[in-house]
Design a protein around this ligand. Sequence first.
Ligand SMILES: NC(=O)c1ccc[n+]([C@@H]2O[C@H](COP(=O)([O-])OP(=O)(O)OC[C@H]3O[C@@H](n4cnc5c(N)ncnc54)[C@H](OP(=O)(O)O)[C@@H]3O)[C@@H](O)[C@H]2O)c1
Length: 284
Amino acid sequence: MIAVCGATGELGGRVAARLNARGVPIRMIVRDAARAPALDGAEVAVAAGYHAGDEMTAALRGAETVFLVSGRESPTRLDEHKSAVDAAARAGVERIVYTSFANASPDTAFILGRQHHATEEHIRASGVAYTFLRDNLYLDFVPFFASPEGVIAGPAGDGAAAFVARDDVADVAVAALTESGHDAQAYTLTGGKALTLAEAAAVMSEAIGRKVVYKDETIEEAYASRAHFGAPDWEVEGWVTSYVSIARGELDTVTDAVERLAAHPPTTLPELLERYPESWAHLK
Ligand SMILES: NC(=O)c1ccc[n+]([C@@H]2O[C@H](COP(=O)([O-])OP(=O)(O)OC[C@H]3O[C@@H](n4cnc5c(N)ncnc54)[C@H](OP(=O)(O)O)[C@@H]3O)[C@@H](O)[C@H]2O)c1
């Protein structure tokens, strides 16, 4: 039985639905049973969150493998991840498939990438077998980077990112969760090519028939242009440093992991825009 965390979300929801459609026994670990996807035959267990160690342990007991979706960004996210990993170990889970981040390392420019690295280290130290899915930035977010005025603004310079679609990550996750041979592997999941933000804007313009442009910002301009959101400093730092990571060339590596593990080519930006027209409704 596979425990699927984050099943009320985009990625975990896709993974739960795909596993269920294949007849794989799953238990969705959710914070609110009323929001769990309706999937025939799937179990649901409730835990207040990754921080709730005893509830997580009880929810995970009996699962062979857990799909651990990284939590919502917060100042305590790393501790929450560690708590969930410790709960999995206590529950006797045999393998953790964790959604990490491309180029996760202690010194990546992207602040959240450092948390992913620390989570990976904690999983390695737990003694539980693991597979890391190191996702690049989601391709799904490219349309959201653009303001309603059609401007993608950020300090990414001429750097490129090999954005990966959540659908592709979900397909790889299903393979990693259901097949053998993925222990102690870290797969960097990317699209088929790396795009600069100017290229992404041009592809979007062509695909949706409306001009989208990229405006390079300095780091100071990036913090200033996001100030009106009123978000906490740690969150704004996460947003801004993701662009800095692109600028430094930390996210431009293209791998064949999606093709190899999901057995289909990665989704392209035009395909994603066609599949999810609501993602660019704000640009109409
Ligand atoms: N690669 C990228 O570009 C990128 C971008 C953004 C985020 N991410 C990471 O990827 C993850 C999955 O993406 P997504 O699109 O599926 O996000 P999503 O739609 O927001 O779903 C997140 C899921 O994780 C659950 N969750 C979040 N924090 C939790 C916690 N502390 N304890 C227990 N459950 C928790 C949520 O539960 P509730 O429904 O109860 O809130 C939800 O089911 C995100 O959570 C984030 O860590 C990656």
